[in-house]
Design a protein around this ligand. Sequence first.
Ligand SMILES: [Zn+2]
Length: 69
Amino acid sequence: MITLKKKHLGPYCSFCPPKTTRAVYTDEHRHSTFACEDHKQDLIKEESKTRHTEERMTEADYQTWGASS
Ligand SMILES: [Zn+2]
């Protein structure tokens, strides 16, 4: 999770109703999920889910590669 700098402020929180609250934080991987101060914990949860998914995909890719070579 990274804190948005003032010059980056603009996106809305992904967890609040659309276009109500400006985000303060974003996920450090894809910068595709945003959170306000109230939803910081939701973003952290979302981030750890993403991390697990990516780990699984990496493992599957590795197995595919291993089988074909
Ligand atoms: Zn929010």
